[in-house]
Ligand binder design. Structure first.
Ligand SMILES: [Zn+2]
Length: 433
């Protein structure tokens, strides 16, 4: 079908592409009037110029100069909204003494003695490289702060991202560091002075709950015009107060920035009525909810020798029904908090498919690992594939909308109109070469 200049056989890495023909895109990326066939969107042609998408149309006969994908699934560039690059790949030297979140935190503090600049860089780069090869174009990492001054990792992570990947840093400080007004202000000021890609965060849990520290956190973020990404209510305790407090605070105060709430597990264990009230208030303020299914399944309701009874995952479907932007993140990878992990958002989505019983995984819920606007709070675009958007796309050769995201490790990654990574299982895909 394709001309020699854009055939799969002679595509070389980093050669500019004219575009893609016969791409199967998910319904959520397409206009409402996009034609359908057999209940699925018809295939698409995507034209590129100078690293940008210039045109998106149903497939046409005049597409011979584009790379013919033969109906392969395609997504916009993936995002990883919640990682911990400072802790990653420390498992072999830092195993927790018991199950659950608090034992993992204790093991992390033991491991900190090894966090030299070289150790941090080497581990973080490995995670970033894995993510980029899976098709991630935007990664947000939380970085632990242990006092009001930025830790070594904060500085070391600043310039590590490989070409084509945007890296955001969140200052993850325990709520106790916000108890003192001056300390809260010092943290927020340091984050604000670290650049646009930095956010204020916090670890908010019933074990350190303090409403006046929460007020200091919110006020210091507002003063320094910072967006927030909070580790909040990562527990199933009915004593978890974070989201209830935040919803009440937002109903009474203006907050100028965008807020992401990560975890929110306790929302799943409280009353229906309270959860609905909290979600309604968060929706009004366009708060984004980020679920972390892998670590929640591992660390919530974790007791030695006993099968967990609860899933630990926030009310994802209820949040979507309430109009709250939602995302899925990997959280910890190969450390005391989570012994497994791959920096592949498809693995996270596969986990959520079963644990949260997701429907329409490719056509609708793939948005959970692609929606950059939900992460940053940027004004909602109708689609990341509109003309003028960066030509960042991920191709899944050999998969289909029923199989995906399982058995979909083979991948071709396009960054700004160029093929940058590819991983193929040659034996299975010889019909393509
Ligand atoms: Zn986390």
């Amino acid at each position: 079908m394709s001309t020699p200049s854009q055939s799969m056989a002679n595509l070389s890495l980093n050669a500019p592409l004219n575009g893609l023909a016969h791409a199967r895109l998910p319904a959520w990326t397409l206009p409402a009037d996009w034609p359908q066939q057999n209940g699925e969107p018809v295939l698409a042609d995507i034209h590129f110029s100078q690293g940008l998408i210039t045109l998106l149309t149903p497939s046409q006969a005049s597409n011979k100069h584009l790379w013919n994908l033969g109906g392969a699934l395609v997504l916009p560039g993936l995002i990883e909204p919640h990682a911990h690059l400072d802790k990653t790949f420390t498992l072999t030297r830092s195993r927790p003494q018991g199950p659950g979140l608090l034992a993992a935190i204790e093991a992390m503090h033991q491991d900190r003695q090894h966090w030299t600049p070289q150790d941090l860089r080497q581990r973080a780069l490995r995670g970033l490289t894995w993510a980029a090869a899976h098709g991630v174009t935007h990664l947000r990492t939380h970085i632990d702060w242990f006092d009001p001054t930025p830790p070594v990792a904060w500085h070391e992570m600043a310039a590590l991202a490989p070409t084509g990947l945007t890296l955001e840093r969140v200052a993850l400080a325990p709520l106790t560091l916000f108890t003192d007004v001056n300390s809260a202000d010092a943290i927020a000021r340091a984050v604000a002075q670290s650049g646009d890609s930095c956010l204020l965060g916090g670890f908010i849990h019933s074990s350190n709950w303090n409403p006046s520290a929460m007020a200091n956190l919110m006020e210091s973020a507002a003063r320094w015009r910072l967006n927030l990404d909070l580790h909040i209510d990562e527990e199933l305790s009915e004593r978890a107060n974070g989201l209830v407090w935040l919803a009440d605070y937002l109903s009474r105060h203006d907050f100028p920035g965008h807020i992401c709430c990560s975890h929110g597990c306790a929302l799943a264990s409280g009353s229906e009525q309270q959860a609905q009230q909290v979600l309604a208030e968060l929706a009004k303020h366009r708060v984004t909810l980020i679920a972390l299914p892998m670590t929640n399944l591992l660390l919530q309701d974790a007791v030695v020798g006993r099968t967990p009874r609860q899933r630990g995952i926030t009310r994802l479907k209820e949040a979507q029904t309430a109009g709250i932007p939602t995302l899925l993140g990997c959280d910890n990878v190969q450390d005391a908090f989570c012994p497994a992990g791959s920096y592949d958002p498809l693995d996270t989505l596969s986990c959520a498919l079963f644990s949260a019983q997701l429907n329409q995984v490719f056509d609708q819920q793939s948005r959970l690992i692609c929606d950059l606007g939900a992460l940053t709070g940027a004004k909602a675009q109708s689609s990341p594939l509109n003309a003028g958007s960066a030509a960042n796309l991920v191709i899944f050769p050999g998969s289909d909308s029923v199989t995906w995201p399982l058995n979909s490790a083979a991948r071709r990654v396009i960054s700004h109109g160029k093929l940058t990574y590819q991983r193929m299982w040659n034996q299975e895909f010889t019909h393509e070469s």
